[in-house]
Design a protein around this ligand. Structure first.
Ligand code: CP
Length: 328
């Protein structure tokens, strides 16, 4: 069991070995159990994390703030519209200065083709770990919580059919970081992953190549289809979710002709009926109800979205405990 993570950046799970991810999951379950039993976990007493948000958040912000308080520390919420970054202060200056005040810098920056670069620039200059709260490419906190939830509900992951399925939405042009993270991560756990999307909503080629390598190494598989029914059929877990056409079209417009031509890519009870009887419906949330998914599904017996969202707390605490704390 790998146990020494103090000071490590958490930007993408691709940079963490499977053994290390196993430890993160193990610690997440331990923290979840202790939280349920009311056992104090003051592993990060007097420690501070800076939470730098370029975008809105409900789960990520609050799991980090509540989580660090429960670990005995304090999280500073920083909205970049109120920071000097909005006047052009560079990542180097922000990273060096906020490092000197704290024990981790956590950041959400989903701007296409600059979010991940901003986090990497913070990491270049920071003297404390950089924790990715979602960028244009990766959402490792969500990916870890999703994996924990699948393990919790299904016990074994090997040979599970998990389908990541594009869905229609108009709420905002969503990043590709959630499906990208799932496609890279799940085949490392022996999962048979099906990725379904209509033409125009591709993930980058390098992601597909890395996902195939991960599958080869760990006994999972990756199937790509533009037929949603093929993804739903006999699936053990379905994750229908919208993402933007960023790879093919960098325009910020939320709704366009291409999107409107795929209104029928919705998770309905009819589609769920194609899946395994015990199928689980997951979504990182927020969901665009009525567009991505029918209420009957997200509020129905197959849905585990609230358990999935709850696990954001336990996994965030595990990541902070191991990267900000550790050996005394
Ligand atoms: N899933 C997720 O990251 O939710 P928030 O955008 O609310 O943080």
């Amino acid at each position: 069991m790998k146990t020494v993570f103090r000071g490590r950046d958490f930007i993408t799970l691709q940079e963490w070995s499977k053994e290390e991810i196993d430890t993160l999951i193990d610690v997440s379950f331990d923290l979840k159990r202790k939280f349920a039993m009311g056992i104090a976990t003051p592993y990060l007493q007097y420690k501070t994390a800076m939470l730098i948000f370029f975008e809105q958040s409900t789960r990520t912000r609050n799991s980090m703030e509540a989580g660090l308080a429960q670990l005995g520390g304090h999280a500073n919420y920083l909205d970049t519209s109120t920071m000097q970054v909005s006047h052009g202060e560079v990542a180097k200056d922000t990273a060096i200065i906020l490092s000197s005040y704290s024990h981790a810098l956590a950041c959400r920056n989903c701007f296409w083709e600059s979010g991940n670069k901003y986090l990497r620039e913070l990491a270049r200059w920071a003297t404390v770990p950089i924790l990715n709260l979602q960028c244009d490419l990766y959402h490792p906190m969500q990916g870890l919580a999703d994996l924990m939830t699948i393990i919790e509900k299904k016990k074994a992951t090997k040979r599970l059919k998990v389908s990541v399925i594009w869905a229609y939405a108009t709420s905002h042009k969503k990043p590709i970081s959630v499906p990208l993270t799932q496609v890279l991560l799940f085949p490392r756990y022996g999962i048979d992953l099906t990725l379904a999307y209509p033409p125009g909503y591709d993930l980058p080629d390098w992601v597909i190549e890395q996902a195939r390598q991960n599958a080869r190494k760990h006994g999972g598989s990756l199937t790509i289809t533009d037929q949603p029914a093929a993804a739903y059929r006999d699936a053990d877990v379905v994750i229908p979710k919208n993402w933007g056409s960023w790879v093919n079209n960098q325009n910020n417009a939320v709704v366009d002709e291409l999107l409107e031509s795929y209104r029928h890519w919705k998770c309905t009870e009819e589609m769920i009926d194609l899946a395994s009887e015990q199928v689980l419906y997951m979504h990182a949330l927020p969901a665009d109800r009525g567009n991505e998914v029918e209420d009957a599904v997200i509020d129905g017996p197959h849905s585990i979205v609230y358990a999935e969202a709850e696990n954001r707390l336990h996994t965030a605490k595990a990541i902070m405990t191991l990267t900000m704390g550790g050996r005394v």
